[in-house]
Structures are given as structure tokens and as C-alpha cells.
Design a protein around this ligand. Structure first.
Ligand code: ZN
Ligand code: ZN
Length: 136
């Protein structure tokens, strides 16, 4: 089961999905892309990139130090960006998303299905379990 709108990127004002019970979150957007029911928004934690085949990692309230070349981005990804991230006042509201080939900082809510029209960002939800896993 995939996220509504094929996954959401969200800033720090919104929680990420934990467990699976909120896996399908309905986000209604009007034609201007404005999210109408913000209280229901959960960021997708199961994104994957179609270009490089990597799971998309996410980091809370940090910025990348400087800009990374393609090669540097690949290397940084492989060590989970250890040493490449810096917390700053500006980054507090943002969540950083990254695969091996792309990086994106998100402050509000970005719907991936709409994001594809504006950029070549090729991320999508890998799917979630249909039911919450009950604790044993
Ligand atoms: Zn998802
Ligand atoms: Zn990628």
C-alpha cells in the first residue's frame, strides 16, 4: 500500500510516519497545491529514488555543509552524511531528504506526485504494510 499522492515530503512542523497505522494519509490539495487538512499530514518514511535506486534518507533540522558534487554526494550518502550535516538557526524548520543523486530541503509539505511536474525529482513511496504490526 502506497502513501496517498505517492508519498509526502514534510518539514519539521509535521511528524514522520512511525509504525504503519498512519501509512495512508489523505492529503487534499486545491489547484494551487495548498494542503487543506494539515492535521492529518505525516511524512513518508519509505521513499526510494528511481534514478539511483537508493532509499531516501531523511534528517531533521540540519543543512548540508556547502554544496556537494555528484561524487561527493554519493560518498556522503554511503556514510549516512556523517560529517556533512550542520545544525543552524535557518535549518530548524526544515527536514533534509537525500538519495545518492539528489538532495532536497523541505519546510512545508511537498506532494511527490506534483513535485515531478516541477523538477526531475524521481522519488516515490515503496509502500507500507496494510496493517499495524501488533506488539508481542
Ligand atoms: Zn509512503
Ligand atoms: Zn537518486
Amino acid at each position: 500500500m502506497k502513501c496517498s499522492e505517492d508519498g509526502l515530503l514534510v518539514g519539521m512542523a509535521h511528524p514522520m510516519m512511525r509504525g504503519e497505522e498512519r501509512a495512508v494519509t489523505r492529503v487534499v490539495t486545491d489547484r494551487a497545491g495548498v494542503v487543506l487538512n494539515l492535521e492529518d499530514v505525516r511524512g513518508c518514511n519509505r521513499l526510494s529514488c528511481e534514478q539511483c535506486g537508493s532509499p531516501v534518507l531523511f534528517f531533521d533540522a540540519v543543512l548540508l555543509q556547502g554544496s556537494l558534487s555528484r561524487e561527493a554526494l554519493r560518498k556522503a550518502y554511503d556514510v549516512r552524511f556523517r560529517g556533512s550535516l550542520v545544525a543552524s538557526e535557518r535549518s530548524a524548520e526544515y527536514r533534509l531528504y537525500a538519495c545518492r543523486c539528489r538532495v532536497k530541503m523541505v519546510k512545508s509539505v511537498r506532494v511527490l506526485a506534483e513535485e515531478r511536474y516541477d523538477s526531475d525529482l524521481d522519488w516515490s513511496c515503496r509502500g507500507h504494510h496494510a496493517r499495524p504490526v501488533s506488539p508481542s
